[in-house]
Design a protein around this ligand. Sequence first.
Ligand SMILES: [Zn+2]
Length: 165
Amino acid sequence: MERRYKRFPILRKELHIDENKERECKEFEKRIFFLMAAVYCRDNHAAKENKVTAADLDFPEDIHNWLLRNKRRANYKLCPECYELIQNAFRHTEKCPHSYYKTFCHECPTPCYRKEEQAKMLPIMHHSGKRLIKEHPIYALNFARNLIKNNSLIRKHTKSNGGIA
Ligand SMILES: [Zn+2]
């Protein structure tokens, strides 16, 4: 994996972080990660045994309810490894101090994933990133919109501070 330029600085101390908005960011992050992992598991782990329908798996209540609101989401099947990965990602998302303005995890100045963990996440992003545009366009669109918004927020902020980064 090539080294990526760390794009976002730590803005938490300098920004007013709206807690409700931050919660929404975290929820969205979890949802989009679930979709990416589900698509990845469907396409790459079709032959794996012990796959369980997402609706029957143990997820945080908000995610569980979100899954049940849509048949396609609820019916995604996950292998134990991908389920574990999703649970793990959710834990990181909950603890992430950058949710309000972040772009990509791999661009984070204070990564919370160990190298081995990150190595498992990246193939999912690469495989499912483009597929989401077709399969879950609203989520892909919102993801892109957040990215643009957050990038401009970071740019604006680093400019006014004489350019951290
Ligand atoms: Zn899988």
